[in-house]
Design a binder for this molecule. Structure first.
Ligand SMILES: Nc1ncnc2c1ncn2[C@@H]1O[C@H](COP(=O)(O)OP(=O)(O)OP(=O)(O)O)[C@@H](O)[C@H]1O
Length: 236
């Protein structure tokens, strides 16, 4: 089956400094792909290119078979690509309910449908319906970010550092939910520093160092080779 998200020879830069040096990545439809790599490897930059927040200077990005290099973030969202950015992208001064209603606009769902989707998956958010998002715990905020993504009914979900600032137990629970979301047919790409957590639910893992993908394989293979890949970079 053709990959749902595919990158070919993608280069990207901040000003004159190139950060992605020819990224090739094929994300199979319905899979969970963990995108691993050391600090500064370019993982977040790759997410930005995929979600239309940074233009590739060359190369190709395909979503569902369509060429989407220069597509704007809102057009990509309508095409089924949803991003949970580093820092979660929620509105801290709005309530849980308001945050959910805003995201639902993308899919044109009613408020009742939005709440049902979000609260079925995350009952704890229902208890905090009127609470300001910024006053919730980090784990609850990440649940809200995931719920906001879910209500857009995405085909592909890009998640950047789900674990950021959270206790390992919470991270484990959130990854379990991500696995359940994937079981419903959503393709997931999860950028993660804590390789173990992401590899537990991943179908495949990609390792990025120095702006290139240096390995793509099943989690057990990547787990075994991870240290060498991080250190060697160009070894694979
Ligand atoms: N807005 C920016 N302007 C200039 N350089 C940037 C910018 N954002 C990132 N960089 C640089 O690009 C490189 C890749 O950064 P990126 O955030 O993509 O890496 P990462 O793999 O996600 O790292 P981390 O795991 O630490 O978040 C780094 O050298 C970083 O300093």
């Amino acid at each position: 089956m053709a990959p749902i998200l595919e990158l070919e020879g993608v280069h990207a830069a901040y000003g004159r400094i190139e950060v992605l040096h020819g990224v090739d990545l094929a994300v199979p439809r319905g899979a969970v792909v963990a995108l691993l790599g050391p600090n500064g490897a370019g993982k977040t930059t790759l997410m930005k290119v995929c979600s239309g927040r940074l233009r590739a200077t060359s190369g190709h990005v395909h979503l569902g078979g369509s060429h989407v290099n220069n597509a704007a973030p809102d057009a990509l969202a309508r095409a089924g690509l949803c991003t949970i950015p580093e820092g979660r992208g929620i509105f801290p001064n709005l309530t849980v309910a308001e945050n959910l209603r805003l995201s639902g606009l993308v899919g044109q769902a009613s408020a009742a449908e939005i709440y049902e989707t979000a609260f079925t998956r995350f009952p704890r958010l229902a208890e905090r319906y009127d609470q300001l998002a910024g006053s919730m715990s980090g784990g609850e905020q990440q649940m809200l970010a995931m719920a906001r993504a879910l209500v857009t009914n995405p085909a592909v979900l890009l998640v950047d550092e789900l674990s950021m600032g959270l206790a390992p137990l919470i991270v484990r629970q959130l990854y379990d939910v991500l696995g359940q979301i994937a079981d419903q047919g959503v393709t997931v790409v999860a950028v993660e520093q804590f390789a173990d957590m992401a590899l537990r639910v991943a179908d495949f893992a990609a390792v990025m160092t120095h702006g290139r993908i240096v390995a793509f394989d099943e989690p057990d293979v990547i787990r075994r080779d991870l240290a060498a890949l991080y250190l060697g970079g160009a070894a694979a």
